[in-house]
Design a protein around this ligand. Structure first.
Ligand code: PMP
Length: 398
C-alpha cells in the first residue's frame, strides 16, 4: 500500500523510518494466500507439528495453579524456571551455562533487534553471511548497520575469509551455522572449530542464530559455537520451530556483561516477554516433552525434503542446481546466471506457484539467479505439481 497520499503524511517521520522500505516480493506474494497457489514461499513451520492439546492442558494448569503470576507483569529477564531450563539444556560437554546468562525474548527476532540496539551505532560495520537471513538485515538496518559480506561457499561461511582487513572495526558477526535461512546449509565441524577460534580472539561477538538446530534429520547435531567458545559467542534460540511460532518465545544466551545491557534495552522495548506464554512453554517442556516431540518434526521435514529433492531431480532442466539439506526447512536453488528470479516469480504466481527470489537475502551484490524453496507445508503430491510448473517456466527461459 502506498501511504504517501494519507492526510497526515506531512508529519515529520524520523530519518530512520524514512529509510524503511516495503519489499516488492511481499506484494507479489500476497496473492499466494489463494488456495490454488502452491506456495514454496512461506517460512512457516508446518501446523501439523503444533502440539495444540499439550498447549491447552498447559494453559489450563498455568491458569489453575498460578493465575495471579501468569497474568501479572513480571521480570524483564524472563520467568526463572524457564531460564533455568534453557541454561540446563545448554550445559553439557563440560560447558556450564548459568541462568543469569539467559534472557527470554519475544521471539528470536527480538533477540536480533536487541542485539542491534546494544551493539550497533550508525555506520558500524556488521559482518553477515552471503546470503543471510532477510529478517536480520531488516533488524540491523534499523540501527544503520554498514554491512560487510563474509565469503561463503556451498558449505556456508568460510572462516579463512575473516581477514583483519574485512573484519576491522566490526561490531558483530551474524552467523547461522545450522540449516541456514535461506540456503539450508550446515556449517561443517572443522569450520565451526575455526569460527570458534576466531570468536575467541576477535574484539566483537559472534552471534549464533540457531532456530533450526534441532531439526537435523539424522538427529545427530554438530556442536554449537556457544559450546566451543561460551565467553565469545552470543546464542539466539527459539521455540518457534520446535513448538509454535505464535507463542513468540525465544532466548538469548550471552555473557553477563552483555546480558545486562540487553536487559536494559528490552525493558525499554516491551518490559518483558508475556508472563503467561513463558509459563505455558515451561509447563510444556519441563518434563522432557521436546525429546519426544522434536523427532516427529524431524521425520516429517525429512520426508518433505526428500519429496522436494526427488521432484527437483525429476523435473528440473540441465543447468539448474540445488543443495541437499541435512535439516531445516529450505532448499536453495541456483538457476543459470541470466535468469532473474524476481521476473520468474511474476510468471510463477500467474501460474499458481510461488517461491522467494534470493536477491533480498544479500546485503550487497545480490545473485539474482537464486531462489529459496520451503518444503514443509506443502503435501508431497502438490510439491511435485508445483516443481513441475516451476521447471516448465524455467525451461522456457533457458
Ligand atoms: N532467525 C532466523 C534465521 C529465522 O529464520 C527466524 C524465523 N523465520 C527468526 C530468527 C525469527 O524467529 P522467531 O522470532 O519466531 O523466534
Amino acid at each position: 500500500m502506498d501511504h504517501s497520499d494519507l492526510p497526515h503524511m506531512n508529519w515529520r517521520i524520523s530519518e530512520r523510518a524514512r529509510k524503511l522500505t516495503s519489499s516488492a516480493i511481499r506484494e507479489i506474494l500476497k496473492v499466494t494466500e489463494r488456495p490454488e497457489v502452491i506456495s514454496f514461499a512461506g517460512g512457516l513451520p508446518s501446523p501439523a507439528t503444533f502440539p495444540a492439546e499439550r498447549m491447552r492442558e498447559a494453559s489450563e494448569r498455568v491458569l489453575r495453579d498460578s493465575p495471579a503470576a501468569a497474568l501479572q507483569y513480571s521480570a524483564t529477564e524472563g520467568y526463572m524456571p524457564l531460564r533455568e531450563w534453557v541454561a540446563a539444556r545448554y550445559s553439557k560437554d563440560g560447558v556450564t551455562i548459568r541462568p543469569s546468562q539467559v534472557l527470554i525474548v519475544t521471539g528470536s527476532q527480538q533477540a536480533l533487534d536487541l542485539l542491534g540496539k546494544v551493539l550497533i551505532d550508525a555506520g558500524s560495520p556488521v559482518l553477515v553471511e552471503t546470503p543471510t537471513y532477510l529478517g536480520a538485515l531488516q533488524s540491523f538496518s534499523m540501527y544503520e548497520a554498514d554491512y560487510v559480506q563474509v565469503p561463503t561457499d556451498e558449505n556456508g561461511l568460510i572462516p579463512e575469509g575473516l581477514t583483519p582487513e574485512l573484519t576491522a572495526g566490526a561490531r558483530l558477526l551474524y552467523a547461522q551455522p545450522n540449516f541456514q535461512n535461506p540456503t539450508g546449509r550446515r556449517l561443517p565441524l572443522e569450520r565451526r572449530r575455526a569460527l570458534a577460534a576466531f570468536a575467541r580472539t576477535s574484539p566483537f561477538p559472534v552471534i549464533e542464530d540457531d532456530p533450526y538446530g534441532a531439526l537435523d534429520y539424522a538427529g545427530a547435531p554438530l556442536p554449537t559455537l556457544l559450546s566451543m567458545a561460551p565467553d565469545h559467542v552470543v546464542h539466539c534460540g527459539s521455540f518457534s520451530k520446535v513448538l509454535a511460532p505464535g507463542l513468540r518465545i525465544g532466548y538469548i544466551i550471552a555473557p553477563e556483561e552483555l546480558h545486562f545491557k540487553l536487559v536494559q534495552a528490552k525493558q525499554a522495548t516491551d518490559l518483558h516477554t508475556p508472563s503467561f506464554t513463558q509459563r505455558i512453554v515451561h509447563e510444556v517442556v519441563k518434563d522432557g516433552f521436546l525429546d519426544e516431540h522434536v523427532p516427529s518434526i524431524r521425520a516429517l521435514y525429512r520426508d518433505q525434503c526428500a519429496a522436494m529433492l526427488s521432484s527437483l531431480e525429476r523435473h528440473m532442466p540441465e543447468g539448474v542446481k540445488w543443495n541437499r539439506p541435512e535439516g531445516g526447512m529450505f532448499v536453495w536453488v541456483n538457476l543459470p546466471k541470466h535468469v532473474d528470479t524476481m521476473k520468474l516469480l511474476e510468471a510463477a504466481v500467474a501460474d499458481n506457484v510461488a517461491f522467494v527470489p534470493g536477491g533480498p537475502f544479500y546485503a550487497h551484490e545480490p545473485d539474482l539467479s537464486t531462489l529459496r524453496l520451503s518444503f514443509v507445508t506443502v503435501p508431497p503430491a502438490r510439491i511435485d505439481e508445483g516443481v513441475a510448473r516451476l521447471a516448465k517456466l524455467i525451461r522456457e527461459r533457458l
